[in-house]
Design a protein around this ligand. Structure first.
Ligand code: NAD
Length: 484
């Protein structure tokens, strides 16, 4: 077992010179009556204070959005596309500031945060190239019938903490392009970067088109129960997704749910171990494993198991874990105390059952650090195999029969992503089609595109994001028929 040595003394400038974060409601800065501290997971110091949105302020945000939406929808699609590009320009002009806020509240290495912010700008720009289809159902002497896609109205966008800004790309661009107004509620753990983005966009969008509110654990349920929303676009855990769906049943708001995953990767015996080891390591451990489509169960054919495990444990041992602002750090801490406690609990369970720790374990520091931890061939009913860990812990399981591994990969409630690793990628397509996952990658993983629909099967979600299909989820169909 390798236990990390971390430097306890670290001098960092505060995350940002910007400390008084405000909500954006109706294009104005709105302070909370109270604030709550957002904790930097690397230092356990306060990264910033966020306003706690009152019920009256939430009402104001919904009212502002409802008031702004008709004029926004009345703009031409080209005008709204231009606004998306203008938002992307603002994001690009503030990459460093926004990325440092993400590091401070979420913990990832700065380079990854810079990529996340750039990814948001990229997603907005590419979404701006999409358009809503028009279908002519009938056009003859008797009748002309045309179906268009109209905006739903006001969208609640609720996001998780793993990509506080990156997640916005999936929601903001398509919601706005389709002609909706938005109330954005970022995660309680990571609201600062989204609040700052709201501030930066006050002069870019008409007042009320984008509102940003922040709050504690009670704010999400208040948002989903609010009768003023026509749509709830939610990304988070499957457990919370069920609560969101139940809440939306009362108002019949439309829902898109992007939920948890327990993605399997299957490594076939014809694979080039040296070529894939590094990719497989980062498939599981990038962003400290806190990616919905990170590899969370690695099934390796027995012929290559020992070689691959040796390569992975070597990479794990050399990885630099630390404060995301430190030069050369490759993995930051787990993002917050609740998630850290969950990872510690899973590791305790694995230890209590006598599973083999090939590398890793919890670091002894002030921050929420966990070394990349690889657990050798635990049984299929182990918690670390059945549950979504969403942290830097990977079970590596042995298999010898492909049919059997398909069943094992398909077990459980999740069906978000999966991957197959092989020397014969074309032949693997048939195997990929047998996996119950919304996206199956062959010889790569986690590749997403603004032009490709992404969503989960089974209890990993309802509906999709991105691409035209994702855009359409922010609309409803309207048919107008002219009798001639
Ligand atoms: P979470 O479900 O705890 O929280 C997600 C969001 O919902 C946060 O903004 C939170 O404040 C809010 N929320 C919490 N309880 C709520 C309630 N009862 N009603 C309404 N809103 C509520 O999830 P998380 O811990 O922030 O994120 C991690 C989870 O998200 C993992 O399961 C991960 O797989 C999943 N995820 C999925 C995708 C995807 O695209 N499928 C992407 C990223 C993360």
């Amino acid at each position: 077992m390798i236990t990390a040595v971390f430097t306890a003394e670290r001098e960092h400038a505060s995350m940002s010179t910007h400390t008084a974060f405000t909500m954006t409601i109706g294009g104005r800065a709105v302070h909370g009556r109270t604030t709550f501290a957002v904790v930097d997971p690397a230092t356990l110091r306060t990264a910033g204070e966020a306003p706690d949105c009152t019920p009256e302020q939430l009402d104001e945000a919904v009212t502002a959005a409802r008031r702004a939406q008709p004029a926004w929808a009345a703009l031409s699609e080209t005008d709204r596309q231009r606004h998306l590009v203008a938002i992307a320009d603002v994001v690009d002009a503030h990459v460093d500031e926004l990325a440092r806020l993400v590091v401070g509240e979420q913990g990832k290495p700065l380079a990854l945060a810079v990529g996340e912010v750039g990814g948001l700008a990229h997603w907005l720009r590419e979404t701006a190239t999409l358009g809503l289809p028009v279908t002519v159902n009938q056009d003859d002497a008797e009748r002309r019938s045309v179906t268009t896609h109209v905006p739903l109205g006001v969208v609640a966008a609720i996001t998780p903490w793993n990509y506080p800004l990156g997640q916005l790309g999936f929601k903001l661009g398509p919601a706005l392009l389709a002609g909706n107004a938005v109330v954005l509620k970022p995660s309680t753990f990571t609201p600062l970067s989204a609040l700052r983005l709201g501030e930066l966009l006050r002069d870019v969008l008409p007042p009320g088109v984008l509102n940003v509110v922040s709050g504690g654990d009670d704010l999400g349920p208040r948002v989903t129960a609010h009768p003023g929303f026509d749509k709830i676009s939610f990304t988070g855990s499957t457990e919370t997704g069920r609560a969101v769906a139940a809440s939306a049943a009362a108002t019949l708001a439309h829902v898109t749910l992007e939920l948890g995953g327990n993605d399997p990767a299957i490594v076939l015996p014809d694979v080039d171990v040296d070529a894939v080891a590094e990719q497989l390591f980062w498939a599981a451990f990038a962003n400290s494993g806190q990616i919905c489509v990170a590899t969370k169960r690695l099934y390796v054919h027995t012929d290559v198991y020992d070689r691959l495990v040796a390569a992975l444990t070597k990479i794990a041992a050399d990885v630099r874990v630390g404060n995301g602002l430190d030069e050369g750090v490759q993995l930051g801490p787990v993002s917050h105390g609740r998630q850290h406690a969950r990872i510690v609990d899973l590791l305790d369970d694995a230890r209590a059952h006598g599973y083999e720790f090939l590398t890793g374990d919890v670091g002894e520091t002030d921050g929420y650090f966990v070394r990349p931890t690889i657990i050798g061939d635990p049984p299929d009913d182990a918690r670390i195999v059945r549950e979504e860990q969403f942290g830097p812990v990977l079970p590596v399981l042995r298999f010898s029969d492909v049919d059997d591994v398909v069943d094992r990969a398909n077990a459980g409630e999740y069906g978000l992503g999966a991957s197959v690793w092989t020397g014969d990628p074309d032949a693997a397509v048939a195997l990929a089609r047998r996996l119950r996952a919304g996206t199956v990658w062959i010889n790569e993983v986690m590749h997403l595109s603004p032009h490709v629909p992404f969503g989960g099967m089974k209890q990993s979600g309802l509906g999709v994001e991105s691409g035209v299909a994702g855009l359409l989820e922010f609309t409803e169909r309207q048919t107008v028929t002219v009798r001639r």
